[in-house]
Design a protein around this ligand. Sequence first.
Ligand SMILES: Nc1ncnc2c1ncn2[C@@H]1O[C@H](COP(=O)(O)OP(=O)(O)OP(=O)(O)O)[C@@H](O)[C@H]1O
Length: 311
Amino acid sequence: MTAETVRLSGVTKRYGKAEAVRDVSFALPAGQCAALVGHNGAGKTTLIKLMLGLIRPSAGGIRVLGEDPAAGAFAARRRLGYLPENVSFDAALTGRETLAFYARLKREPVAKVAALLDRVGLGAAAARRVGTYSKGMRQRLGLAQALLGEPRVLLLDEPTTGLDPEVRQSFYGIIEELRGRGATVLLSSHALTELEDRAERVVIMNRGVLVADGSLGELRRLARLPVRLRVTSGNGTFAGAPPDWLGPVEGWRRLDDGRAAEIACAGEAKMAVLRRLAEAGPGRVSDLDVVPPTLDELYAHFLRSQEAPAP
Ligand SMILES: Nc1ncnc2c1ncn2[C@@H]1O[C@H](COP(=O)(O)OP(=O)(O)OP(=O)(O)O)[C@@H](O)[C@H]1O
């Protein structure tokens, strides 16, 4: 069984009368990359701060690496990496000096700094002042700081905001490597499309409440959203209404002047519709793509279902 690194049990956090998070429970295993998603104000940063022990829950319990993170002597703190949403450094220090400063704070050997700067692609800029760094470079320096001490739990708040696609790619490469070595990675983000093939698990928050938690596959099964099939025809098969031989479908949209169409069908009906499309022969259907619900659509679905008034 994989070891559990983080557990939240019925956690509520109030600021005065306002509830930032309410009765949230989930556990994260070692070696998992999970995404924490939600609108502005959903409670993501509050959850991260609770896991770091920066704030205490008003109710419920939190264990990180087997300890209470808000306890004074939280020995596991050194095994925790954190990248805040708005990372800011002393502009007058160089990248190397900045990281050395954090290494001392974490009681990590300063000698490791150079290798870490290389790892995030800042080796050549190590002697430059941080004030001259681009946003992406500062973000990478923030990541290097979070990676000090080979963390077993890495909490990253909006880590890829403002990064260009290439840097983003290398960022996820590093995350994948850490995950492979058994770290738990929790990414809070709004960038759902980019998380789709990266997070094995998605925790959806809305207004302080956890509304869904599972792998993309599990969320798709739970949501039961229609699957879309994009079909192309060589000879205008789809110029009019859905052809009779297709049988009943939930949705139908002509594309490309009838040379293609998008069919929506319930997950259970998908195989039957696919069979009919295949049996229609190449004259009618020349190509087909199955488009499962995206994380964006699942997210919207779970938010809608939570906000729908009770029947
Ligand atoms: N120190 C605080 N005092 C009072 N209210 C707070 C405090 N910190 C957060 N809140 C409130 O708690 C709720 C959750 O905020 P939080 O920062 O956790 O959301 P978030 O999901 O991280 O949002 P974003 O995506 O905008 O960063 C919000 O309504 C926010 O206004």
